[in-house]
Design a protein around this ligand. Structure first.
Ligand SMILES: [Zn+2]
Ligand SMILES: [Zn+2]
Length: 171
C-alpha cells in the first residue's frame, strides 16, 4: 500500500485522499488467528505539514467471530481509526539520530502497509455478543439456551436455605 505524494510535496498544507482495498493475506496476517474475512477497506487523508506528513484514516472489514456467550459463529463489522506521522529521511542524517517514534520514508512514496497491519492487530474486538438478549450456554449441561431449554435448575440457592429446602421437600 504505497501512496505517491510527489504532487502533495509541492504545496505546504495541501491534502491528498487515498483508498485501498486489501485482504488479510495481502497484509501478511494470519487469517485463522484473526478471523478476518473478505476485504479490508482502507480510506484516509495525507496532509503536508512541512517537516512531516500526517496520515489519518479508517479501516473497515468484516470479521468472523464467535459469540462470547453462546459460541455461535457470527460476522461483525470491525472499524479502526489510524493516525501516524511520517518524516522524509534526510540522507545526511545518521541512523542513530533518527527518532524511533516517528516513521520515515524515502523519495515520493509512503508505504502504509505496516501501519494498517498494526492497527488491525490492535483493533480486534473483545467479547462480542450475537445479540444483547443472547441467553448463552447452560453452564451445567452446555446446551445453547437460545435454541433449546434444559432441565437444569440454575437458581443459585443459598447454602443456609438448602437445609430448609430439604426439610420442605420431605412433606
Ligand atoms: Zn450468542
Ligand atoms: Zn442445562
Amino acid at each position: 500500500m504505497k501512496i505517491n505524494i510527489a504532487q502533495l510535496k509541492k504545496e505546504l498544507g495541501s491534502t491528498q485522499s487515498f483508498s485501498f482495498r486489501t485482504s488479510a493475506e495481502e497484509l501478511g496476517l494470519d487469517k485463522e488467528q484473526l478471523f478476518l474475512s473478505e476485504h479490508v477497506i482502507v480510506e484516509g487523508l495525507i496532509t503536508n505539514k512541512g517537516m512531516l506528513f500526517e496520515v489519518t484514516g479508517e479501516i473497515s472489514t468484516r470479521v468472523k467471530q464467535c459469540c462470547s456467550r453462546c459460541l455461535e459463529e457470527m460476522v461483525t463489522l470491525l472499524t479502526a481509526v489510524f493516525s501516524e506521522e511520517y518524516r522524509e529521511v534526510d540522507f545526511k542524517e545518521s541512523r542513530e539520530v533518527l527518532d524511533l517514534e516517528i516513521d520515515y520514508f524515502k523519495g515520493d512514496e509512503i508505504d502504509i502497509t505496516d501501519l494498517i497491519r498494526e492497527t488491525l492487530l490492535l483493533a480486534e474486538p473483545i467479547k462480542p455478543v450475537c445479540s444483547e438478549t443472547c441467553r448463552g450456554l447452560c453452564p451445567k449441561c452446555g446446551v445453547n439456551l437460545n435454541v433449546n431449554t434444559c432441565g437444569c435448575n440454575l437458581v443459585k440457592t443459598d447454602p443456609r436455605f438448602a437445609v430448609l429446602e430439604k426439610l420442605l421437600s420431605k412433606d
